[in-house]
Design a protein around this ligand. Structure first.
Ligand code: SF4
Length: 348
């Protein structure tokens, strides 16, 4: 199948300079101040009409990457290309409209004093999406698109449940007719019982509107049934990318394997909730030399302390033609105790 790249990231880095310590100002002696490396050489593309899941622990750089994509953070180096054209900095109004964000917390992302009608109407008029006389009908269309009815128009955010608020936040993002949605952990603040309905909504919007979606999550289980591809992030780098079925059937990077092995799942009468990865990720102001995963990697070898592996293509299984990992080992061995058996899809 031919894939059309709608958004391409090449060598994206984001460094934050740390403030100089107070005693430097007092003594007027310069010290070397480390920088926080939030993103460190991200190369990936978003394909038209796909849901690409971006998964990793807190602090891996997922949210910084989301902000780079919507233009609220400027990368330190690297290039973003939209439909084959370099993205200007700053972006114009039209380009800004085309990439919209849905935030994690539907409670704080909506102004409690603004009705749903005002929220949507203002955007429709500001961006001249429809003529003024068609604004009400367009608001109703947007609400229907996200599974809400016309009654919601004159209500305020406090009158809705968490799942309904997230639907309104999605309607707000869709109001300006974007090509791409960046969804930053959009279900993690919701009850488990509501999460599946919002995931279904993203899936149906992709199909109905042909949207391209970057879906950010810290839990691989959330994206298994939703995404077409998965990119796994660790400490500012992408360490594995593959089609979703391929990734769950043949996870190659030791970090991905540990994430998959730690997914609780039903096994007979018991739940396998093995936590195989120990410790916390290192600080992004003190990234380990060599492979940044080596202090936690259960199968690290000596060379891992000095060699920083780049993403490279590995032979994929019968399920897929594309699989990349950042690991120096040709075929990283499973580690003792890991349950890395192919992870079957389960019905939600
Ligand atoms: Fe583990 Fe070494 Fe591969 Fe890094 S390069 S993931 S430390 S085996």
């Amino acid at each position: 199948m031919t894939h059309v790249s709608v958004l391409q990231l090449s060598g994206i880095t984001k460094r934050y300079e740390m403030p100089a310590p107070v005693w430097e100002k007092v003594t007027k002696q310069r010290v070397s101040v480390p920088s926080l490396i939030a993103l460190d050489g991200i190369d990936i593309d978003l394909r038209r009409g796909e849901i690409l899941a971006l998964v990793g622990e807190s602090g891996s750089g997922k949210s910084t990457l989301a902000k780079v994509l919507v233009g609220s953070v400027t990368p330190t180096t690297g290039e973003l290309t939209y439909n084959g054209e370099p993205m200007p900095v700053p972006r114009g109004k039209d380009l800004t409209r085309r990439i919209q964000m849905v935030f994690q917390d539907p409670y704080s992302s909506l102004n409690p004093r603004i009705s749903v009608r005002s929220l949507l109407s203002e955007l429709l008029l500001l961006h001249r999406i429809v003529p003024r006389q068609q604004v009400r009908a367009e608001c109703v269309r947007l609400l229907n698109l996200v599974g809400l009815d016309e009654d919601a128009l004159d209500a305020y955010p406090s009158q809705f449940s968490g799942g309904q608020r997230q639907r309104i936040a999605i309607a707000r993002a869709l109001a300006v007719r974007p090509d791409i949605l960046i969804a930053d952990e959009p279900v993690s603040a919701l009850d488990v019982s509501v999460q599946a309905t919002i995931l279904d909504l993203f899936d149906s919007l992709r199909e109905e509107l042909g949207l391209t979606i970057l879906f950010i999550a810290h839990n691989l289980a959330v994206v298994q049934h939703l995404s077409q591809r998965v990119a796994v992030m660790y400490l500012g780098r992408i360490v594995e990318v593959a089609d979703t079925d391929e990734l769950f059937a043949r996870p190659q990077h030791p970090y991905t394997r540990s994430l998959i092995a730690s997914i609780p799942r039903m096994s007979g009468d018991s739940v396998n909730a093995a936590e195989l990865l120990e410790g916390e990720p290192p600080s992004p102001i003190d990234v380990p030399a060599g492979c940044r995963f080596h202090p936690r990697c259960p199968v690290a070898v000596d060379a891992c302390r000095s060699t920083d592996p780049a993403l490279r293509t590995v032979p994929a299984g019968a399920l897929s033609g594309a699989h990349e990992i950042a690991c120096i080992l040709d075929d990283p061995p499973p580690f003792v105790g890991a349950d890395t058996a192919p992870h079957e899809k389960e019905n939600r």
